[in-house]
Design a protein around this ligand. Structure first.
Ligand code: MD6
Ligand code: FE
Length: 212
């Protein structure tokens, strides 16, 4: 399928959509890494700051800093909130992808891992803005069931387009697109056999601090 977004959102915005960027073998290797990370740093169902309402997805991290959320706010933490242990290292395969697809002069510090299971799993429209290094791209890798991804613009009400991201799809949010609103409307169950029992995993690589 020719992604609608590849035409509508041109590369001049800094958005890149790379379906099938990871072949099946690479997807399996990455899934094994995610399973190892999940054993060392168990997935959590974070709550929203303020309301305390739980998200509909589970999250964990790899790298020197991990994105976390609790009643007091969103932030980056050097340690898992419950175990107090540092997050496991970011898999080499992902660091290599970052070097290949971005020209950023420093490595990512956070790999946030989202796990979508069940019909209600989604992620509301948001911008990733808890990082200091706003000039750094965000690189995203999807595994498992396909999802309807929504990409808007700089302002919350800007027109948005919706397209499918599948297992092995890589996206880069660089330049202007780094701050575009986006979200995951829903998962398409039964569209991939990669994850036992079904579900979707998304990994996003972020530079958090400004390189010195
Ligand atoms: C997801 N992705 O696909 C959520 N953020 O599960 C994101 O929120 C995201 O894919 C920034 C850049 C790329 C992304
Ligand atoms: Fe995001």
């Amino acid at each position: 399928m020719e992604p609608h977004s590849a035409r509508v959102v041109g590369t001049e915005t800094g958005f890149r959509y790379l379906p099938d960027r990871l072949d099946e073998a690479a997807q399996r290797r990455l899934l094994a890494e995610v399973e190892r990370i999940g054993e060392a740093a168990p997935f959590d169902r974070f709550v929203m700051p303020g309301t305390g309402r739980p998200l509909s997805i589970d999250m964990t991290n790899a790298g020197p800093l991990g994105w976390v959320s609790d009643r007091s706010g969103y932030r980056y933490s050097p340690a898992h909130l419950r175990t107090g242990l540092p997050w496991p290292p970011i898999p080499d395969l992902l660091l290599a992808l970052w070097r290949e697809l971005t020209d950023y002069p420093a490595p990512p510090e956070c790999c946030l891992i989202n796990l979508y299971q069940g019909v209600g799993a989604k992620l509301g429209m948001h911008r990733d803005q808890d990082e200091e290094a706003f000039d750094a791209p965000i690189l995203s890798v999807s595994l498992g069931d396909a999802a309807m991804f929504r990409l808007g613009g700089r302002r919350r009400g800007d027109p948005a387009r919706t397209f499918v991201v599948q297992s092995g799809t890589v996206m880069v949010f660089a330049g202007e697109a780094r701050t575009f609103y986006h979200g995951v409307d829903r998962i398409l169950p039964g569209t991939s056999a990669l994850i036992p029992g079904g579900g979707r995993i998304n990994l996003t690589l972020r530079r958090v601090t400004r390189p010195r």
